[in-house]
Design a protein around this ligand. Structure first.
Ligand code: MEV
Length: 444
């Protein structure tokens, strides 16, 4: 018991953040691992050779001890609005990049993907309690707005020069409580995702707002108790929206596995989308497939994938029920498949211009502006979704998955080229599992 308590206490530490990187790793490997030397060596082997590059990466978070490798892939042959892209993708799941590439090629031969921006509005909120009347506050909104603009001039100046800045302020009362209100403030943040800009604006605005209320109360022009609660951007940006679409004559869809005719394929595809629109269990998996593509581009360009996911899922449930983000129609002999998705992305500021590989991703995309990146990202999500649903309604997804899975297992067992070829033949007909591959290699 005494020993256990001692062991547990060695797992907590004060002043960890003050240790240097080696000191941090040393403490971790000595207290949490059975083979400290090896683990220390392994963790350090992922440090970047170039110390300056490593310093940049370390600066992205706290208590960094090493780097966490993820595959950096590309999906070529994306024809979007007539321009050809090779899309960078960071994802750890087999088949995703292959599916995106093959769907992109499929649609490249049918006119490509069309994308358009439906809105670029970003939002922030100042939450507060107010016991006075709504109308009395409402009367001052324009005055408050112009006061805010004056006081936050230094923060707003550069964004305004680029055509962005504060767009509108709305006063909203929360339904559940008479006294809880918010100022819902819309912004245009041009080519930046804008989180820092919006939050800096909001914190400045909230001080101006509070002072304004106090001043009006003293002058007896406003009556009521005011309490500022918090100010923060909203990651729900339903008006920062992009549409990606593919369409072609049904007869041009071609033949599919098992001699499925284009018409039957189109009808089955349409039905699969209807299911995802109506059934939440299917919709979540369906949308997860979309985010396989979206997240991979968002991560590759060092944008905020948590914000994009949270917003996308809320948007999928905007009418009160969680539904498919993509839609399909098969009218008048035309197959149409499209995706509307809110994407608050940036191509300047934040990590986009600091992360060494994200900079290369953007260069690979020929340095798009934020709107172009939204369209590329949505197109990748659509291609991914098309690939997944196409597999599901034809061959099933396991065939492709298992091929990749087999390659990973063979890699794990350090199989030779000859063993690989024999295993690929054998497992073309037999189920793949870790055990089955081990046994096969032993027998072979
Ligand atoms: C797997 O990561 C994604 C899929 O499940 C998506 C889907 O079912 O549509 C294949």
């Amino acid at each position: 018991m005494k020993e256990k308590i001692q062991k547990e206490s060695s797992k907590s530490i004060s002043g960890f953040s003050k240790l240097n990187k080696r000191g941090k790793i040393k403490w971790i490997v000595e207290n949490f691992f059975k083979d400290p030397e090896n683990v220390m060596h392994e963790l350090m082997s992922y440090w970047h050779r170039n110390e300056d590059q490593q310093k940049i990466v370390d600066g992205f978070a706290e208590n960094t001890i090493s780097n966490f490798p993820m595959p950096f892939s590309v999906a070529p042959n994306f024809l979007i609005n007539g321009k050809t892209y090779c899309v960078p993708m960071v994802i750890e799941e087999s088949s995703v990049v292959a599916a995106a590439s093959s769907s992109a090629k499929f649609w490249m031969d049918r006119g490509g993907i069309q994308a358009k921006i439906l809105g670029v509005e970003k939002l922030g909120q100042i939450h507060f309690r107010w016991s006075g009347s709504k109308d009395s506050l409402e009367n001052f909104i324009l005055e408050i707005q112009s006061r805010m603009l004056i006081h936050a001039h230094d923060i707003l100046k550069k964004m305004q020069e680029r055509g962005g800045g504060l767009k509108e302020i709305k006063l909203i009362q929360l339904e559940s409580s008479q006294n809880l209100y918010q100022l819902l403030i819309s912004f245009n943040t041009c080519n930046s995702m804008g989180a820092n800009f919006i939050n800096s604006c909001l914190e400045s605005f909230s001080i101006t707002f509070e002072n304004f209320i106090e001043e009006k109360k003293l002058a007896n022009e406003l009556m009521g108790q005011f309490e500022l609660i918090m100010s923060i951007l909203s990651n729900y940006t339903p008006q920062c929206l992009v549409r990606a679409e593919v369409n072609c004559l049904i007869k041009d869809l071609g033949e599919f596995a098992g001699n499925m005719t284009p018409q039957i394929f189109a009808e089955k595809f349409y039905t699969a989308i209807q299911i995802a629109e109506q059934d939440t269990y299917r919709a979540v998996t369906h949308n997860k497939g979309i985010f396989n593509g979206i997240d991979a581009v968002v991560i590759a360009t060092a944008n905020d994938f948590r914000a994009v996911e949270a917003c996308g899922h809320a948007y999928a449930a905007r009418d009160g029920k969680y539904r498919s983000l993509s839609k399909c129609s098969i009218d008048d002999g035309i197959f149409r498949f499209w995706l509307d998705i809110p994407l608050a992305l940036g191509t300047v500021g934040g990590l986009t211009s600091l992360h060494p590989i994200a900079k290369r991703s953007l260069e690979l995309l020929e340095n798009p502006n934020a709107e172009e990146l939204m369209m590329i990202t949505a197109a990748t999500g659509l291609a991914q979704n098309f690939g997944a649903v196409k597999s599901l309604i034809t061959t099933g997804i396991q065939k492709g998955h298992m091929k990749m899975h087999l390659a990973n297992i063979l890699q794990h067992f350090k199989a030779t080229e000859a063993e690989r070829s024999r295993a690929e033949l054998h497992f073309g007909q037999n189920p793949v599992s870790h055990n089955a591959v081990r046994e096969f290699l032993k027998r072979d």
